[in-house]
Design a protein around this ligand. Structure first.
Ligand code: ADE
Length: 282
């Protein structure tokens, strides 16, 4: 049986999206059932070990994929990760492509995000007497992105393509976009679209965590003339087809991030002092 506690801080976490529920070769050592002041995370946090380093893994949509994007308890997720010592979050997500050159199965490291959620998701830790504001001009972590890019470049021989920048549109869902919306997002310069980056990235920033999303394209949404419109079966088909690459990439990224030369990138308090963190729990 897995331990229900882990006695060392775990600085690096992966949030798995649709289709990424575990990382092969990483040995599960503990399963942490954590309750935060914002409730319980999407799932127990799994602690896995590999080459002497420990990593945290959290299934964003729950162990049975029972949580729709607008139901994901992002505040509990980020608070629980911070509570166990996490400083750096690699967040995985299936996305629709808004650009011809980003093909299904390609990976994208977004450097910008446009918020098209509708304000129905709890999106801040700063309320109820705790007032804070954080800078969010660059929502993702460029240093972590560079490390991920290096890992993906080493996989090029395996047919892996990665785009090292892009603007991610995060929409509310759970319905996909209309064709008019999809074309508006393209006119805004959107590269890819999902339903999961926000408020996760905002809460990571408030909690002083480095945060980089790895997107994996599963469809061309509904803008591409002559192409089939996005549907669940299309997303699942490409997730499935690319899951070995996704697991391989995430495994390589974790091994690389755990190297001593990246300790500063991983361990530093990110954006410290830009927020008021008076919350004792974290
Ligand atoms: N996730 C995967 N494909 C998507 C799309 N086309 N729109 C929104 N979220 C997605």
């Amino acid at each position: 049986a897995l331990a229900d506690h882990y006695d060392h801080p775990v600085p690096i976490a992966v949030i798995g999206g649709t289709g990424l529920s575990k990382i092969e070769g990483f040995e599960p050592v503990a399963s942490l059932d954590i309750t935060t002041p914002w409730g319980k995370p999407s799932a127990p946090i799994q602690i896995v070990e590999h080459k002497g380093a420990a990593f945290a893994f959290l299934a964003r949509h729950g162990l049975y994929h029972q949580l729709a994007p607008h139901e994901v308890p992002s505040r509990a997720n980020m608070a629980a990760l911070r509570h166990i010592g996490v400083r750096c979050v690699i967040a995985f997500s299936a996305v629709g492509s808004l650009q011809e050159h980003i093909r299904p199965m390609d990976f994208v490291l977004p450097d910008q995000v446009i918020d098209r959620t509708k304000g129905v998701r709890p999106f801040t830790f700063f309320e109820g007497g705790l007032v804070g504001h954080v800078g969010f001009a660059d929502p993702f972590d460029a240093k972590v992105a560079k490390i991920i890019k290096g890992c993906a470049a080493a996989m090029q021989g395996e047919g892996v393509t990665i785009h090292d920048q892009g603007t991610l549109i995060c929409m509310e869902g759970p319905q996909f976009s209309t064709r008019a919306e999809s074309n508006v997002y393209r006119s805004w310069g959107g590269s890819v679209i999902n339903m999961s980056a926000l408020p996760e990235a905002k809460l990571a920033r408030e909690a002083e965590l480095a945060y980089q999303m790895i997107c994996m394209a599963t469809d061309y949404d509904c803008w591409r003339v002559g192409d089939e419109d996005v549907g669940v079966s299309m997303v699942l088909k490409y997730m499935e087809a690319n899951s070995a690459n996704a697991k391989h990439l995430v495994g390589a990224v974790l091994d690389e991030l755990a190297r001593p030369e990246h300790a500063d990138t991983v361990q530093a308090k990110h954006h410290e002092g830009s927020a008021v963190m008076a919350v004792q729990f974290m």
